[in-house]
Structures are given as C-alpha cells and as structure tokens.
Write a protein that binds this ligand. Structure first.
Ligand code: PLP
Length: 425
C-alpha cells in the first residue's frame, strides 16, 4: 500500500468526507514558501494555506513574537481582562484602514465570523435588514455567510434554509459576459422587483473574488457601487479576507479603486498563520452596537494579535507591497506565455500577486474544464507544487504564493506548472 493511499484511507476513516482533501500530502515542516513531508519530499507552496501565508511559513519575526506572547499569557478573553496586543493591533489597523473618517476595529477568529459580525453591525447601524451580495462570491461556511455566498456546489447545497433577506446581484465578471453596466442595471431591477433600497442595510463585495475564481471587480463598478450606497443610505462592506494584507500590491484591494468602504472584513494573512479575523469600520457605525453585543471567548486571541503585529512590521521592514507587485508581474508574464502555448487556458486574470488561469475545453465556447483543473492540481503535487482550484465552475487554478517567496522559487514553481500543463496535453 502506498503512503498516499494509506494516508487517504486514514483520512477517509476518521474524518467526514465533507472535509475534502484532494491532495494527500502529510505536512511535516514548512519554511518560507516551502513545505516538506515526512519523507523529506519538498513542495513549493502556491496555496499559502488558502491566502494565509503572505509573509510565508514561520516567518522568524512572527514566531519570535508568538513565543514571547506564549511566555506571558495565552488567554484571558479580551472582554474579561483586556491586553495590549489587541489594543495596539486595533490602533494600527485604524491607522492603515483606507477610510478617512475615524475608525474602530474588532477582532474575532475566522473569516466567516468577521462576515457575520459585519452583517450584525450593519443591521444595527442602519436599522435595516436586507443584505446584497454577488454571484460567485464566497463569504464563509456559517449560515449567514453561506446565505451571502454565491456558489451552490459544494458550499450551499443541502444546508438551507438560510437566513432571510439576502439577495444576489450579478458580479461583473468580464470573462463570462458581465459588465459594470449590466450589474448596475441588475441592482436597479432588484430594487424594483425584490427588495426596496430603503430596506437594504449593506452591500458586501470582494474587490477580487477569491473562491469565485479571481474575477476582478472593475474599479469603475466599485466607484458606482459607492455612489449607489450613498444615494440609498446603504453601507458598503469590502470583504478583504482573501484580497487583504498586500496580496494585490495594496494593503487592501479596494484601495486600487480609490473607494472608501464603511466596513472591511479581514482574516487569513492578518495573523501570519495564526487564527485571527476582524472588522474595521467607521467609528460611528461600529459604535452603534451596545456593550456586550459583539465579541466571543477566543475573539482576538493574544497569541494571534502578537503574530499580527509582527506581520505588520514585516510588511513595513521587508517592503512586502513592492514585492507583491514584482511577484505579480513575474507570475503574470509567465502565465501569459503559458496561455500562448496551451489552448486549455481560456483566461489569465487577477490583480497584483493574486493571479489565476481559467481552464476551458474550448476557447470559443469557454466551456469550463473542471476535471482538468483538479487533475492539474494533483499532477502538480506529484511534481512538487501545491496548487489550489477555484471558480464557480471549479475550473480555475489560483496562485497564492507567499509574497516573501524569492523570484527564483516563484519561477521554479511556475516551471512546474508549465511542465504539468504539458503533461495534460
Ligand atoms: C472572501 C472570503 N470571505 C470569507 C471567507 C471565510 O473565511 P474562513 O474560512 O476563515 O471562515 C473566505 C475564505 O476563503 C474568503 O475568501
């Protein structure tokens, strides 16, 4: 029995199949942008634990900050006995948030929890109930986050009914015929046919869809959305859980559009590998909730907050935003060259170092090729590269390499991707 088979069998026997593990590799140790298994096989990590490791695995400064925090204390619950790392991190987030008005920040643990809290805050602040999200969007696996998610399989199917008063507008997905005009028209139709604008608390959007397949919202659309929200007293929530923390070359992707959201959800790379999420928002909106209405036992763990403070320092000291732009340019040029070579690549898209290829059976019909995407990911792992799929049709390969990866290592990973595409021909 091969190691991979026995590992798959143990996983299948002990863990529900809803926790999908398409590539059976057992992590032994990791550093920077590389992971090794117990047999010493090395993998270049283009997944980053799903966008969590923008500063790489076990960045020494993050580990040192965590070790120092472990020596001091690991948990008090912020609402019981507050601590400095949470307060300091909130102060720093308020400084870097792309919102001109005074802001406040709450910390939680997971991305879905941040989305749930953003919705709660928006409802409390506006005294309205409806929330609009977008087709193809992903906001998490808890029930309200799922209600807002715009991909049925495998996320929503069988889990309903979902909380009421959520509506999906079409995301302006340029590759599949979407546009700013069409999405704006659909929102106007929605206000006529489904929900009156005066009852909408918030519109939530990922500036670049993550699980949805790295479709970039046109900057013009984000600006129009801001204007529409202002016109109707609706709050704009930027879900920056996957785009955030430098992935697109700006700390927050919405900065590219010059748009100020009212609320921003953050998670993933915020904690540098430790579980941490948050909601940043205009102070007037955040303070609408009465004391005790927000929080959680583990929300804003001191260990994770200490890690996040170190992550922010790494961003400053190691010029991570500039490196993201350089990494993005390198990946983009190689992906374009691959598109010239491989007709199964229908589209190359993304922003900064958040880049993807969409695989199709035929470029003219754009018929999605999900089985090729999953075969590519499995085959690439055999060659030593970890890749993630995405997309409403599960036919997208997305790249989320640590932004600290050297150009040489990034290039090596891309060469494996190219070789794997050749295997599939
Ligand atoms: C944009 C976005 N929002 C929310 C989430 C949910 O985050 P979590 O899995 O930490 O609950 C994700 C996770 O992939 C995401 O990409």
């Amino acid at each position: 029995m091969s190691i991979a088979t026995s590992l798959s069998e143990r996983i299948a026997a002990a863990i529900p199949r809803g926790v999908s593990v398409p590539i059976p590799i057992l992590a032994h140790h990791a550093s920077g942008a590389e992971i090794w298994d117990a047999d010493g096989r090395r993998y270049i990590d283009f997944a980053g634990g799903i966008a969590v490791l923008n500063v790489g695995h076990r960045h020494p400064n993050v580990i040192a900050a965590v070790q120092a925090q472990l020596e001091a204390f690991t948990h008090t619950c912020f609402g019981v006995v507050p601590y400095e790392p949470y307060i300091k991190l909130a102060e720093r987030m308020n400084q870097i948030a792309p919102i001109a008005a005074p802001t406040k920040t709450i910390f939680l643990t997971t991305g879905a929890e941040a989305v749930e809290n953003a919705v709660k805050i928006a409802r409390h602040a506006t005294k309205r109930s409806a929330i609009i999200s977008f087709t193809g969007g992903f906001h998490g696996r808890t029930l309200m986050a799922l209600a807002l998610t715009g991909k049925v399989n495998p996320y929503k199917a069988g889990f309903g009914p979902f909380p009421a008063d959520t509506f999906h507008a079409p995301f302006p997905d340029a590759y599949r015929g979407g546009s700013t005009e069409k999405s704006l028209a659909a929102l106007e139709t929605m206000f006529k046919s489904a929900v009156e604008a005066s009852r909408v608390a918030a519109i939530i959007i990922e500036p670049v869809q993550g699980e949805g397949g790295f479709s970039v919202a046109p900057f013009e659309f984000l600006r129009e959305l801001r204007e529409l929200c202002d016109r109707h007293g609706i709050l704009l929530i930027a879900d920056e859980i996957q785009t955030g923390f430098g992935r697109t070359g700006r700390m927050f992707a919405i900065e590219h559009a010059g748009v100020e959201p009212d609320l921003i959800t953050i998670a993933k790379s915020l904690g540098g590998g430790f579980p941490l999420s948050g909601v940043i928002g205009r102070a007037a909106v955040m303070d609408s909730v009465a004391p005790g209405g927000l929080g959680g036992t583990f929300a804003g763990s001191p260990v994770s907050c200490a890690a996040a403070l170190a992550v922010l320092d790494v961003f400053r000291d190691e010029h991570i935003l500039e490196r993201a732009e350089k990494q993005g340019a390198l990946i983009r040029s190689r992906l374009h060259a691959m598109r010239d070579q491989f007709p199964i690549i229908g589209d190359v898209r993304g922003l900064g170092a958040m880049l993807a290829i969409e695989l199709v059976r035929d470029r003219a019909s754009k018929e999605p090729a999900p089985e090729l995407a999953s075969r590519l990911a499995v085959r690439a792992s055999e060659h030593g590269l970890i890749l993630l799929t995405a997309g409403i049709y599960s036919n997208v390969i997305r790249i989320l390499a640590p932004l600290t990866a050297s150009p040489e290592l990034t290039d090596e990973g891309l060469t494996i991707l190219e070789r794997t595409l050749t295997d599939l021909r």
